[in-house]
Ligand binder design. Structure first.
Ligand code: GDP
Length: 553
């Protein structure tokens, strides 16, 4: 078996598992990628860390957190920012091999300082893991992210975490998912007790109870398995929980949904796991199932029809851009999701947006833990980071072969925060403008302007999270040497007016509008900003028939 090699710090090392000469289909079949969506604090970092441990990808639990906290990475501005805020801005993909599978975890920034990157990353994912805090149930950020998953019909597995803490009733948790997300739930495991009384889970397909036994130091749980019909079970979990378990299982068996892989793959059904990431309980059951149930890198629609991953010609699209991760290099990276074919270092590809211009991909990089490895070979489902000397924008397609391929663009997301960006130092006008222009092209933030030229108001930045503003200001300072002032506007909802007919005339036909801020986007289309959903509802009630409104354009 020819081994895939990578250069790490100038040395060539073998990467386990990837066979350079293997048929494309084999490499695709063993690949799984996933994005974890959750509300901050649900335990995403903890779960990620535990998953990586199974692959031996990190030596020690704690490394992901250490990386996030910036201990090892304090060397760059970005990382300083990560450290200050305890968030992950730079990491994009974490890769590990487990049971002959090659797993890519696409990292979605998980902080209330949400950014568009979080959404965009989902466009590169084939599977989603929805992580839910058992005590809190569904929370706002999970809802927002799930909306995007549903739009993309992504298969979703659900991991209900922190069962070692007092939890909501498991039926109630499933019910919430069913009602709010319109998703059928199929519990693969069922919890026995919670908090101090958490005894473990029943694996329903095996009818075996995995006991949760906290060891002395209280950190990791060891797992002992007892068949459900073993008389010993009663004494192990006690009469009350024993009775409860049998009663619950009867209800589930009789009234619950059964697994329907077609529904799962279309995102109409979710398989549910209960566990405790912190004590590494229930994680392996989940991981093993994920390899079976999760989707291998999927086909995508394109300008020339559906592109199958096994298509020989290479194709991929840019879903994320990032700059200056390492100040020693002052580099820019474009992250590409490979859709079909085989990526080889140094290959020549064509760039759809630039009129099929040929470019040489000689310096792909893949981010792994703390180190950057330059990638020799990569396959559909993989993410590679390419040096980006201004060539790539979000949504760009690259491909090989004679037939031009364009993947549909990545949608913009409706901004929820708005601020004037001012330049306090007019002599820096040129750099200010240039820097802002560059950041807009990269998709760091969206730009609106006030409707009429109202003198010196300056551009309005529009974002889904505060983090995007911070990044813009920091980069203007570090890369373009300009200070900027941000003045938040008190609006939280945006609606593009797209018609009917000429949108400006449509707006005029409504007469005077109240409690609305008029802005326009870069293409001069009207955008209405509202303080809250209530004001929007009011406008829709009065003028809904005269206006075609969309949350984004
Ligand atoms: P993130 O914000 O989603 O990445 O959450 P973290 O992984 O940082 O976890 C947030 C907090 O919850 C940390 O203090 C974790 O130690 C704790 N935590 C995570 N998983 C569990 C769990 O299964 N049980 C308990 N009791 N605490 C957990």
């Amino acid at each position: 078996r020819a081994k895939m090699c990578a250069e790490v710090g100038g040395e060539t090392v073998e990467l386990n598992g990837t066979d350079v000469e293997a048929p494309l289909g084999d490499e695709i079949a063993r690949r799984r990628n996933l994005a974890i969506i959750s509300h901050p604090d649900a335990g995403k970092t903890t779960l990620t860390e535990k998953l990586l441990l199974y692959g031996g990808a990190i030596q020690q639990a704690g490394s992901v957190r250490a990386r996030r906290a910036g201990h090892k990475l304090a060397r760059s501005d970005w990382m300083k920012m990560e450290q200050e805020r305890g968030i992950s801005i730079t990491s994009t993909v974490l890769t590990f091999n487990y049971e002959d599978h090659h797993i890519n975890i696409l990292d979605t920034p998980g902080h209330q300082d949400f950014s568009e990157d979080t959404y965009r990353t989902l466009s590169a994912a084939d599977n989603v893991v929805m992580l839910v805090d058992a005590a809190k149930g569904l929370e706002p950020q999970t809802r927002k992210l799930f909306e995007v998953c549903q739009m993309r019909e992504l298969p979703t597995l659900t991991f209900i975490n922190k069962m070692d803490r007092p939890a909501m009733n498991p039926f109630e948790l499933c019910d919430e998912i069913e009602q709010q997300f319109d998703l059928e739930t199929v519990p693969a495991v069922w919890p026995i007790g919670d908090g101090e009384n958490f005894k473990g889970v029943l694996k329903r397909s095996e009818r075996v109870v995995y006991l949760f036994e906290k060891n002395q130091k209280g950190k990791t749980a060891t797992t002992k398995k007892v068949p459900m019909d073993d008389p010993e079970l009663l004494s192990l979990i006690g009469q009350n929980l024993y009775d409860q378990l049998f009663e619950d299982v009867e209800i589930l068996d009789e009234m619950g949904h059964t697994l329907d892989t077609e529904k799962l793959l279309k995102g109409d059904q979710t398989v549910v796991y209960f566990g405790s990431a912190m004590t590494n309980f229930g994680v392996q059951i989940f991981l093993d199932d994920f390899l079976d149930l999760g989707r291998a890198p999927a086909e995508r629609s394109s300008s020339i029809g559906t592109i199958d991953p096994t298509r020989d010609e290479f194709s991929g699209f840019v879903f994320k851009l990032q700059a200056n991760m390492d100040p020693r290099h002052r580099d820019r990276l474009a992250f590409i999701r490979i859709v079909s074919g085989r990526y080889e270092r140094g290959m020549k590809v064509l760039h759809s947006r630039l009129g099929a211009r040929q470019i040489n991909l000689n310096q792909a990089q893949k981010l792994f833990a703390d180190d950057r490895e330059s990638v020799q070979v990569a396959f559909p489902g993989d993410i590679v980071g390419l040096n980006n000397p201004g060539l790539f924008s979000i949504g760009d397609t690259i491909y090989s072969g004679s037939e031009k391929v364009v993947f549909p663009g990545i949608p913009s997301f409706s901004p929820e925060m708005f601020a004037y960006l001012r330049n306090p130092n007019p002599s820096n006008y040129k750099n200010f403008k240039k820097g802002l222009q560059q950041l807009l092209e990269e998709g760091a933030v969206q730009l609106l302007r006030t409707k009429e030229d109202q003198g010196n108001e300056g551009p309005i930045l529009a974002a889904v999270g505060q983090l995007q503003f911070d990044v813009v200001q920091q980069r203007l300072r570090d890369e373009y040497g300009v200070e900027s002032k941000l003045e938040l506007l008190g609006y939280s909802v945006a609606r593009w007016v797209l018609g009917p007919g000429d949108p400006w005339s449509a707006l005029e036909s409504c007469g005077r509008l109240f409690n609305v801020f008029f802005a326009k986007d870069r293409w001069n289309r009207p955008v209405l900003l509202f303080k809250n959903a209530w004001n929007l509802a009011k406008l829709e009630e009065e003028h809904g028939d005269k206006l075609e409104l969309k949350p984004w354009a």
